[in-house]
Design a protein around this ligand. Structure first.
Ligand code: HEM
Ligand code: SF4
Ligand code: SF4
Length: 596
């Protein structure tokens, strides 16, 4: 839905700084019945995407699905979060309204926490002259490129998962689509006023799903936000290290394997491959387990046709769990005599049956070969119950679904058709929730939350009666030693490609900088030259929230902390209206200290 609506919007989008906002306004207002709905769908579907990804993370986290063989899905999932947020945030910049401008500037300030060698990134957003069409093309490129990378990362994320559920059940899919359309009509996504330079609005309609990190940064600091984001990512990535005792992977018994492929088809984690036969027997293939991908769920053992129990003999399946072999399960059935037998998955939460039933615990209901049900009944069991996590909520994803299909006779190996079905009961946990009313209520609640958090509560970048002062300096200080011109003889001694007319010792002076605002020193620092040899430009970017009103401002920069060094000074009394953003930018090539 996001891709389809995005392509439609792009067809009408003017990719220039001056045209972008107007083109979206035209589409939203003049073609509100379709273009406007498409725009709102794009917005709400993206919000829902972020929300659902976070819920998915929460669910896997609570289920402990980050350990062992799942580390791959978990780690790639963590990476997906970064792609989701990068895609969504850049999308806001394309509107180039005050929200997009605020978000782009905040992101630039976030990167400026590190003082990148190229000068503060925020310089790209100071005035209309700074935001060029070229920069805007970069935004467009990012908003197409990052989602494509996200798509590739999603593909990688499910590489170790078989029969992936990538589409919702049809009824749910249509219900979600209908709800998103209803939300788009009820509260269409609109642009804020066009980007304006030198001011910050009193309040911004704010999409908290994607933009929450900006207020977090201003409430702390850009560096603190890097720490929070980095620490959260590392903590999530480190979770798989909290390992449980590793259970042994499934093992193939080549003497029994016929290469039928049932196990490879049923394995939920693509841990089994069929490879050409290596033992010279008259079968084409044999099964091979990749131990590092194996969940030790036993579903393969339950699917192997050679796992049939023989009355007095040993069960010798082609594939089995060494720590929980089928032979041990058969021995317990044999001891049950005439009691009813309950095959129970270790992960379900139903209370244990209190009657005298013989309860046999399995790693997953999928571990149970259907022939074992037949065997239990033939040994005289009063009845058989298979009890476990229901299809869709199975600890090993597919065990419940395969068991249901094997017992119903729709998947191989299936339960013998002669077995009286009334003596076999399936008992799933948690019970299926078929209440349409409850599902509809959940959808309405989710829709209300999405529509609200996508705009409200508004964010106030500055308090009432406040203004912002930003200071930017990027300049190379005076050299410690003056450069020396080379003589003609010295030049002649050098290789032709090394004949620079001057030699300069490396190393520069730090830059003294003072900013005095309303009688208070905002900055009084020596800016150190960058680089290992300390001969790069010194750099500073700071922002200060100040009271609005009339203030005396004095700025002084010099190229070295010594009398007589080249220096610039500017002093003025300035009227700062509430919401005004005053940028003090030192640009000697444009006349020195600029007040923008
Ligand atoms: C773009 C966002 C994401 C998409 C589209 C996505 C999609 C999927 C899909 C389709 C599956 C297979 C589900 C199944 O058929 O059983 C899956 C499994 C999984 N995902 Fe994600 N996922 C996303 C983000 C995440 C995140 C953020 C995490 C956690 C950090 C995560 C962790 C996992 C884990 C651990 C599994 C394996 C579950 C299992 O083994 O039973 N995913 N994901
Ligand atoms: S299901 Fe059994 S017999 Fe068939 S390939 Fe797998 S291990 Fe071999
Ligand atoms: S035990 Fe489970 S994960 Fe391992 S090979 Fe068998 S079916 Fe696949």
């Amino acid at each position: 839905m996001i891709a389809a609506t995005g392509i439609y919007l792009f067809a009408f989008f003017d990719t220039s700084v001056t045209g972008a906002h107007a083109s979206l306004e035209r589409l939203t207002r003049e073609q509100w019945w379709f273009g406007g709905v498409m725009r709102s769908l794009h917005r709400y579907a993206s919000d829902a995407f972020a929300a659902v990804a976070l819920l998915h993370l929460l669910r896997e986290l609570l289920a402990g699905h980050f350990r062992g063989f799942r580390w791959f899905s978990w780690a790639t999932g963590v990476a997906l979060l970064w792609f989701i947020y990068a895609s969504g945030i850049v999308g806001y910049w394309l509107v180039w309204d005050r929200v997009g401008q605020f978000s782009a500037t905040a992101t630039a300030e976030w990167f400026d926490a590190f003082g990148l060698g190229t000068g503060p990134v925020v310089r790209n957003f100071l005035s209309a002259a700074d935001v060029s069409d070229r920069l805007f093309s970069l935004f467009v490129f990012l908003h197409i490129g990052v989602p494509l990378a996200l798509l590739a990362a999603m593909w990688i994320h499910i590489q170790r998962i078989a029969h992936t559920d990538t589409n919702p059940p049809q009824r749910l899919g249509w219900a979600v689509f209908g709800t998103l359309v209803a939300m788009s009509i009820a509260r269409p996504a609109l642009s804020d006023a066009p980007a304006a330079y030198g001011t910050l609005p009193q309040s911004l309609p704010f999409d908290w799903f994607y933009l929450f990190a900006h207020p977090l940064m201003y409430a702390s600091s850009p560096l603190a936000l890097w720490w929070i984001a980095g620490a959260a990512t590392l903590a999530l990535l480190a979770l798989p290290l909290l390992a449980r005792r590793k259970r042994s992977a499934a093992v193939v018994d080549l003497a029994r394997c016929t290469g039928c492929g049932h196990c490879a088809r049923d394995c939920p984690y693509l841990a089994i491959s069929l490879v050409p036969r290596s033992d010279g027997r008259a079968f084409l293939k044999q099964a091979v387990v990749r131990a590092e991908q194996c969940a030790a769920c036993g579903i393969c053992a339950g699917s192997c046709p050679t796992a049939a129990p023989i009355a007095r003999g040993e069960v010798l399946p082609g594939i089995d769990l060494p720590g929980d072999p089928l032979q041990a399960i058969k021995a317990r059935i044999d001891r049950a005599a005439s009691r009813s037998v309950v095959f129970r998955c270790r992960h379900e939460r139903w209370p244990m049956p209190q009657d005298d039933a013989c309860v046999i615990t399995l790693e997953c209901t999928g571990q149970l070969p259907p022939s074992f049900v037949d065997h239990a009944l033939r040994r005289g069991a009063a009845g058989v119950t298979v009890s476990g996590c229901r299809p869709g909520a199975c600890e090993y994803r597919l065990g419940g679904a395969w068991t249901e299909a094997r017992i119903a006779g729709t998947r191989e190996p299936h339960l013998n058709t002669r077995v009286p079905r009334e003596r076999v009961r399936l008992h799933w946990w948690p019970a299926r929730n078929n209440s349409t009313g409850l599902q509809a209520a959940a959808l309405v609640l989710a829709a209300a939350l999405l529509t609200w958090l996508s705009f409200d509560p508004p964010y106030r970048p500055l308090g009432a009666g406040e203004a912002l002062v930003r200071v930017i300096v990027v300049h190379a200080g005076e050299r410690l030693q003056p450069c020396r011109k080379l003589s003609a003889e010295e030049l002649a001694l050098r290789a032709p490609n090394m004949r620079a007319p001057e030699v300069c010792e490396r190393g520069r002076h730090p830059l003294p900088l003072q900013v005095e605002f309303g009688g208070r020193l905002l900055v009084d620092e020596l800016l150190e030259p960058a680089g290992v040899a300390r001969d790069g430009a010194a750099q500073l970017y700071r922002r200060f929230v100040v009271p609005a009103g009339r203030h005396a401002l004095r700025v002084r920069v010099s190229e070295a902390p010594r009398p007589g060094a080249r220096a610039w000074e500017r002093a003025e009394a300035l009227e700062l209206a509430p919401g005004r953003v005053l940028t003090i930018d030192f640009r000697p090539e444009q006349g020195g200290i600029l007040f923008l």
